[in-house]
Design a protein around this ligand. Structure first.
Ligand code: AMP
Length: 190
């Protein structure tokens, strides 16, 4: 069983790559952003609670996010492994995930970061916002706030996983196929 965390700033291509990797390695793809958006679209209590934060480009509080993620893992008891996309994003989430997986006799196999320059990513997100309908992709100030959240709360996770010898990084600039290849090289050498 392999459990991979796809790591990277908003717009780095985590979702795009996850679509390929989940097929290639038979992994269950869990994107907390997608789960939140599904809940917002369906006006669930969770969706309404999360919307305020998401529309501002703030992280949703750990108290909401961790339980939601754990429920999704529990919904897939026969999974051959998980591809976590957009989770964890805080040290508290990373700790909770480690403990949660350990309680099932599992753990994170590797964390792989897609690296790209901020300015390229901001342009990419603004472009995506024209068609994605996502409020948080349409306003440069909100996008910059998402990067600030990333730098403050998510970037420290790199050291967290480096200390566990589980951190890998690949260049996130190139064609989709080139980047899938880089990620596959890491996964196949684990
Ligand atoms: P994403 O689609 O991964 O860019 O996520 C979109 C938004 O959902 C983020 O800007 C956050 O507001 C929220 N979100 C997604 N994943 C998390 C997480 N692990 N912790 C807190 N907020 C999250």
């Amino acid at each position: 069983m392999i459990n991979i965390v796809l790591f990277g700033k908003p717009g780095a291509g985590k979702g795009t790559q996850a679509e390929f990797l989940k097929e290639k390695y038979n992994l269950t793809h869990l994107s907390t952003g997608d789960i939140f958006r599904y809940n917002m679209k369906n006006n669930t209590a969770l969706g309404l609670e999360a919307k305020v934060y998401i529309d501002r480009g703030d992280l949703v509080p750990d108290s909401i996010t961790i339980g939601m993620l754990q429920d999704e893992v529990d919904r897939n008891p026969h999974s051959a492994g998980f591809l976590f996309d957009g989770f964890p994003r805080t040290l508290t989430q990373a700790d909770a995930l480690d403990q949660f997986l350990a309680s099932k006799g599992q753990g994170i196999t590797a964390t792989i970061a897609l690296e790209a320059d901020d300015e390229i990513l901001v342009k990419r997100l603004l472009e995506r916002g024209k068609t994605s309908g996502r409020v948080d992709d349409q306003d440069e100030e909100k996008i910059r706030n998402r990067y600030q959240e990333y730098n403050e709360k998510t970037a420290p996770l790199m050291d967290y996983y480096k200390n566990q010898d589980k951190f890998y990084a690949v260049n996130g600039i190139g064609t989709i196929a080139e980047i899938t290849e880089r990620l596959s090289n890491v996964i196949e050498n684990l």
